[in-house]
Write a protein that binds this ligand. Structure first.
Ligand SMILES: Cc1cc2nc3c(=O)[nH]c(=O)nc-3n(C[C@H](O)[C@H](O)[C@H](O)COP(=O)(O)O)c2cc1C
Length: 346
């Protein structure tokens, strides 16, 4: 069997193959974070197309944690019903449903909102449209931790199987984890355990609200692509301090902490995942410009990662997993029954 199509059990859930839909903001909500018909069709279609896990886009745990005014939200109980409809649509097709819980921190682009960060440093000095964030007080930190816990409780109510905490791309959690953005001198400082105190406290609250048998993923930026910033090695050191905090898998991405030119190529982030896996022994998910079944299969077969994520390829090919099965000549049994005739046309 191709390893890409082998199931993977993580805690109490089993993914039917190793192909995961990466979280991708669709900027299609209203100004209040509610689910729209577009979201339901969009996510259900990818589940129908055979991925094992659909991870919903960065979903804001506080209204000031939005990247844009059109982000999805999970900061109020009123958001649960819409999210549950998406979850039900994903489950109808045998995929698992995940949600990325996020706070934009200094990258909040909603002008009416308070903009907060570990330290009062702008994302880009040259962009005059960006506001300088307010340095978070300990009270702010407690509030945001509570917001993550409440969001987790709502994710459970909506029926999600996986939560992913967004610690990448220069958003709030990542801002604590990078020496370029965390200049604090208190217990949340970068010098105290690589800035992991904030995420550690989030994890300990979130674990109270999330069933023990369900997994928690953590997405990190393995490289800041800037002098003095994080690399796969420093991020590995940070992750080692979180070993007993309840993370089940690391989703390895990169960039976004400071403006930087990133040279991308097919598979450009796989090496980072491999380094983190080797140094920390966490299971990892690799991705970044994976477009072919062969590349995905190679990563899994060579045990470079436990899972692969696909983002943009799934935007143009929701049926990537079915195409991959065809390319790799793999029999699969989860084609939607209505579509099973595709096999007889070959
Ligand atoms: C339209 C779009 C929206 C994205 N939104 C998110 C997001 O909400 N959260 C996140 O962690 N990454 C986000 N990303 C990054 C993707 O998850 C993924 O890591 C990136 O696109 C690289 O994978 P790919 O080459 O397969 O697309 C987004 C990417 C795209 C293209």
């Amino acid at each position: 069997m191709n390893q890409l199509f082998s199931p993977l059990k993580i805690k109490g859930v089993t993914l039917r193959n190793r192909i995961v839909m990466a979280p991708m903001c669709m900027y299609s909500s209203d100004n209040y974070g509610f689910v729209k018909p577009f979201h339901k069709t969009h996510y259900e279609t990818r589940a129908m197309g055979g991925v094992s896990l659909v991870i919903l886009e960065a979903t804001a745990v506080e209204s000031r944690g939005r990247i844009s005014a059109n982000d999805l939200g999970i900061w109020s109980d009123a958001h649960v019903d819409g999210l549950k409809e998406i979850v039900d649509g994903i489950h109808r097709h045998g995929a698992l449903a995940g949600i990325q819980l996020a706070h934009a921190g200094r990258k909040c682009g909603v002008l009416s909102e308070d903009i907060i960060a570990p330290s009062p440093i702008n994302f880009d000095d040259e962009d005059l449209s960006l506001r300088i964030p307010r340095e978070m007080t300990e009270r702010d930190i407690v509030d945001v931790i509570y917001a993550f816990e409440e969001a987790t409780r709502r994710a459970k109510e909506a029926g999600f199987d996986v939560i992913e905490l967004h610690g990448a791309h220069g958003y709030l959690i990542n801002e604590f984890l990078s020496p370029l953005t965390n200049l604090r001198e208190d217990k949340f400082s970068y010098n105290e355990a690589f800035g992991t105190r904030f995420i550690k406290d989030i994890l300990s609250s979130v674990r109270q609200a999330w069933p023990e048998e369900l997994p928690i993923f953590f997405r990190v930026s393995a490289e800041d692509y800037a002098e003095g910033g994080n690399t796969s090695y420093t991020i590995s050191d940070a992750l080692l301090t979180l070993k007993d905090s309840g993370i089940d898998l690391i989703n390895v991405s990169s960039g976004g902490v400071v403006p930087a030119r990133i040279h991308t190529f097919d598979g450009y982030q796989t090496k980072f995942a491999e380094i983190i896996k080797a140094r920390t022994q966490y299971p990892v998910m690799a991705g970044g410009r994976i477009k072919t079944a062969q590349m995905a299969e190679e990563i899994i077969r060579n045990e470079r990662a436990e899972l692969v994520f696909l983002g943009r390829q799934l935007l143009i090919d929701p049926y990537f997993a079915l195409h991959a099965a065809e390319d790799l000549k793999q029999e699969i049994d989860y084609t939607p029954v209505q579509y099973s005739r595709w096999k007889t046309s070959r």
